[in-house]
Design a protein around this ligand. Structure first.
Ligand code: PLP
Length: 382
């Protein structure tokens, strides 16, 4: 057996080039809504693919909130969303006074299906807000077809799905709005930060205005400095120039980051396939590519309880997490507001209660992956 190691679950990857990019901004005079932000939006759009229009924002939560605002969602409207997602997606619905309607996920992928969504549609439904669970794309084509049949908006939460594509099209560009996160341990980081992407220029334009107080023209568009009008209600959800510079620098490494993550996932999944009673959550179609944010392993029938396995892994220096710790409707705020019927979300509850997210980020190499697998096998066998 190898010596004990210390392997964090995740760690931001910051290089000297990243630091220099931020320092260059600090050496100048423009710290917000300047050229870095615009360049980051353009470069991010290019990396997603043709037809993408992007708006940088202060977080993915902000992006999701802006999506609700841009679509005019409000009291009396229902938004269908997965029980198995980050709470930000539900909060974005709550903050505009609309009602979240949760549906269960598929056990193999952690994602919602068109069939499950269809069963929850009522005359009040206005939008579908989906997550690409752990970076695994939802089966979007039937979902978009369903939305079109019912006249619904589609929001894609791609916070952890940067690099995931369906038949070559990047997720976030298949529905009406895609929301990305640049939180420190995401594929790329800006500290805090996010991006709204849309294939509809008018939606991106509207989001861009609401993000910046609802003003009608940017600094560059003002013929008289300081003079503008405010046609819509807005917020300040802007990204700073320091963040945008960091994001641009990080973006240059995205291909490398995705390759390392894919290789790490394949190696660890290969090891874990030898362990009886556990299952790795992954895409179920080669046309829908996983962005390999984490490796979620479900402890189905391995003779050890999930929390005990986590305790052993952590004691052996293997960092872990859980995606997501509870189905959102079971979290206290939603449980108390709407009541929780566990029978309605058995798959989400199964994944929440039985899964462990293992590290596959670029901070770990082959030896560490082999170590994680060795300690995992040992803990299960004990
Ligand atoms: C699916 C999903 N959506 C939204 C968020 C929130 O992102 P942010 O921290 O950028 O607001 C997260 C955070 O992990 C997430 O996993």
């Amino acid at each position: 057996m190898t010596e004990r190691r210390d392997i964090p679950f995740a760690r931001p990857w910051i290089t000297d080039e990243d630091r220099a990019a931020v320092a260059r901004v600090l050496g100048g005079h423009i710290l917000t809504h300047g050229p870095e932000g615009k360049a980051f939006e353009d470069e991010f759009a290019r990396s997603l693919g043709p037809g993408a229009h992007c708006v940088s924002v202060s977080s993915c939560m902000a992006a999701l909130h802006l999506a609700s605002l841009a679509f005019g969602l409000g009291p009396g409207d229902e938004v269908i969303l997965p029980a198995m997602t980050h709470v930000a997606a539900a909060h974005a619905v709550e903050w505009v006074g609309a009602t979240p309607v949760f549906v269960d996920c598929d056990l193999r992928t952690g994602n919602v299906t068109a069939g499950a969504l269809e069963g929850a549609i009522t005359p009040r439904t206005k939008a579908l807000s989906l997550v690409h669970y752990a970076g695994i794309p939802c089966d979007m084509h039937p979902i978009v077809a369903l939305a079109e049949r019912h006249g619904l908006r589609v929001i894609e939460d791609a916070a952890i799905a940067l690099g995931a594509r369906i038949d070559g099209t990047h997720v976030g560009l298949i529905g009406d709005i895609g929301c990305f996160s640049f939180y420190p341990v995401k594929h790329i980081t800006t500290g805090e930060g996010g991006m709204v992407a849309s294939r509809h220029p008018e939606i991106a334009e509207r989001i861009g205005r609401i993000r910046a107080f609802g003003v009608d023209r940017t600094h560059a568009e003002r013929s008289t400095p300081g003079l503008y009008d405010v046609p819509v209600l807005g917020l300040n959800y802007r990204m700073s120039e320091m963040q945008a510079a960091l994001g641009r620098s990080q973006l240059t490494r995205l291909d490398r980051i995705l390759t390392v993550r894919a290789n790490n996932f394949a190696r660890l999944a290969g090891h874990l396939s030898r362990v009886r009673g556990v299952r790795v959550v992954d895409t179920d179609a080669p046309t829908r590519s996983n962005s390999h944010y984490v490796l979620t392993v479900v402890v189905e029938d391995a003779g050890i309880e999930r929390n005990e396995l986590i305790r052993k892994l952590n004691a052996d220096g293997v960092g872990t997490s859980i995606y997501y710790p509870q189905p959102v409707p079971r979290m206290a705020f939603y449980r108390e507001k709407y009541g929780y019927d566990g029978a309605r979300f058995p798959n989400a509850a199964f994944i929440s209660d039985r899964s462990i997210a293992l590290p596959i980020g670029p901070h770990i190499g082959r030896d560490e992956l082999d170590y994680v697998a060795e300690r995992f096998e040992r803990a299960v066998a004990a």
